[in-house]
Design a protein around this ligand. Structure first.
Ligand code: SIN
Length: 278
């Protein structure tokens, strides 16, 4: 019996009938195609050891060792995404796409739920491909001619405005020196789709424009990408896994579960250079 793939609206698909510990070549091929098509795949009731999680990620490429997140003990390949009952801050609580500050941004991440609150703690995803498709031809043409700067400095660096209760969540602020310029509209390396590639987390301004000049257009694009009809919401259970594509989606971890623990394991896979759509 093959896998089932249930689309979740504009972005994402829930995949059934698969044990991620045992993937044959035919199933892997189906998952690769679904990942490129839907931007994020959701799996339920998976029993993954850290070794199995690493082996699963390696089907998609080399693992990116995260510079800034605390690793799981003895597993530098796995970043811990943790919020304790006495913490207010959560990792990834604003719309973003990971690693856009790198010259070669990561392909995506496989986030595995270890411990989740009984209510809340969902993750939202947005489709940057559908968002581009639904713009007018006039603005699409203008955006195709632009490039934008992305940086890690204001998020993970010494000057990042982080609250006091993030102790132990992040490391290596002195290594937050990454800046990159990418086309504002990229051609997705697998699907060939045109994708709007800016995000509120890491994009600072358009190349050749000041920060102030860039802000109104960036704000318009951010509001457009985050329109409800471009998004889906994933409710986690222990053993759930989401595998998103950083080139095609944004995500946001909803911070609505103060007083409860949420513990996730995240593995990120390296990507390829991004090319302009035209
Ligand atoms: C992240 O932004 O990588 C974390 C997402 C989540 O915890 O749901």
């Amino acid at each position: 019996m093959g896998i089932t793939v249930q689309p979740q609206g504009a972005v994402g698909a829930e995949v059934g009938g698969v044990d991620l510990n045992h993937l044959d070549p035919a199933t892997l091929a189906e998952l690769r195609e679904a990942h490129a098509q839907y931007g994020v795949l959701f799996f339920r009731d998976q029993q993954l050891t850290p070794e199995a999680h690493i082996a699963l990620a390696e089907h998609w490429g080399e693992i990116n060792i995260n510079r800034f997140f605390t690793p799981v003990e003895n597993y530098p390949q796995i970043a811990e995404v943790r919020k304790e009952p006495d913490q207010q801050f959560n990792i990834g609580g604003g719309w973003h796409t990971d690693h856009s500050y790198d010259q070669i941004p990561a392909l995506g991440s496989l986030l595995y739920a270890k411990e989740v609150p009984t209510t809340g703690g969902d993750t939202l995803f947005a489709s940057c491909g559908v968002a581009f498709d639904t713009l007018s031809e006039g603005i699409k043409d203008m955006l195709r001619s632009l490039r934008a700067l992305h940086s890690s400095r204001h998020v993970f660096g010494q000057s990042a405005a982080l609250p006091d209760d993030v102790t132990g969540l992040f490391a290596n602020a002195d290594q937050a020196t990454q800046d990159a310029v990418h086309p504002v509209v990229i051609r997705h390396p697998l699907s060939g789709r045109e994708i709007l590639y800016v995000n509120p987390g890491f994009t600072t301004h358009f190349e050749g424009w000041s920060v102030q000049e860039s802000a109104p257009l960036l704000q318009f694009l951010y509001g457009h990408i985050a329109r409800p009809e471009h998004t889906c919401r994933f409710h986690w259970q222990p053993g759930s896994l989401a595998f998103w594509d950083n080139r095609a989606t944004w995500h946001l971890a909803v911070n609505d579960y103060h007083g409860h623990r949420r513990l996730m394991h995240r593995i990120t896979v390296e990507g390829v250079p991004l090319a302009a759509a035209r």
